[in-house]
Write a protein that binds this ligand. Structure first.
Ligand code: OAD
Length: 246
């Protein structure tokens, strides 16, 4: 039996599945990844554009980057990889999708039990009054202001130099320590704590499957490494004859 078939069986047998995704799952939608040959961080400096220090020092430059990303994301839609995960969630009793992506494509595709650990680019937060709200206007001024108090808004995403939301992390650890299978999809596993989520799941007894174009620093901890595009592999793993749990 090949690895594809083995992983299919593994997923089919499991009641509890946890998935971690990164920029690679949205690459086939046309959103550039961060690292690698054509990665965003090759051309742009993350410490200038995506760190809290940069935002406090030069919010206009950081907002310019986020306005650009919002426009880019507004032009694309979810792909077969996102849809396969929606299908998998439908078939499982216990399913949690943890994403590092801020593009909102998993919820657009229809994923429900979703934890966006790095936030969502379509939400904003006031640095004065703390109000958070969804803001999809693509024509925001260079320095958008809070609709409630007039304070400076920031994208409601996690910048470098900031901690992740404690409640969301608790939900992640709950899913990681109770799943039977964890899929790690399209992430270079360079950014903590997400990179080591797979080790938390493994320690708690889960089987690990990585889906990526190439090996990552965490590939050696995986039970299975499936090399290829998430949009090709995921639909094959979540094919029609997968067992219905409920
Ligand atoms: P990266 O850009 O670091 O990694 C993307 C991974 O996806 C790479 O390992 C690619 O090989 C893989 N990949 C590309 N296309 C793929 C495809 N079609 N199918 C499967 N895999 C594919 O992105 P992340 O690991 O998500 O953080 O980056 C993590 C965090 O670093 C991001 O959330 C962001 C960034 O700086 C913040 O902004 C806080």
């Amino acid at each position: 039996m090949g690895d594809m078939e083995k992983v299919r069986d593994l997923i089919e047998e499991a009641d509890a599945v946890c998935v971690l995704t990164g920029a690679g799952i949205s690459a086939e939608s046309g959103i550039p990844t961060f690292r690698g040959k054509d990665g965003l961080w090759r051309k742009k400096d993350p410490t200038r554009l995506a760190s809290i220090d940069a935002f406090m020092a030069n919010p206009e430059e950081v907002w310019e980057f986020y306005h650009w990303r919002r426009r880019l994301i507004s032009k694309v839609t979810y792909n077969r990889g996102h849809s396969a995960l929606v299908e998998l969630e439908r078939k499982k009793q216990d399913f949690t999708l943890i994403t590092q992506n801020v593009d909102g494509l998993h919820s657009e595709a229809g994923s429900r039990n979703l934890i966006e650990i790095h936030g969502n680019i379509w939400w904003v937060r006031c640095i004065e009054c703390g109000e958070r709200y969804e803001e999809r206007d693509l024509e925001l001024p260079p320095l958008p202001r809070c609709g409630h108090c007039g304070g400076l808004l920031r994208p409601d995403v996690v910048f470098f130099g900031e901690s992740l939301n404690r409640e969301l992390l608790d939900r992640c650890y709950q899913a990681l320590t109770s799943c039977e299978v964890m899929l790690v999809i399209g992430t270079s596993s360079n950014v903590q704590p997400a990179a080591s989520f797979s080790l938390v799941a493994k320690e708690a007894g889960a089987s690990l499957v990585e889906i990526n174009l190439e090996p990552t620093p965490y590939s050696r901890y995986m039970d299975y490494n499936l090399f290829g595009k998430a949009g090709d592999i995921l639909p094959m793993l979540v094919a029609e004859n997968i067992k219905e749990d409920n």
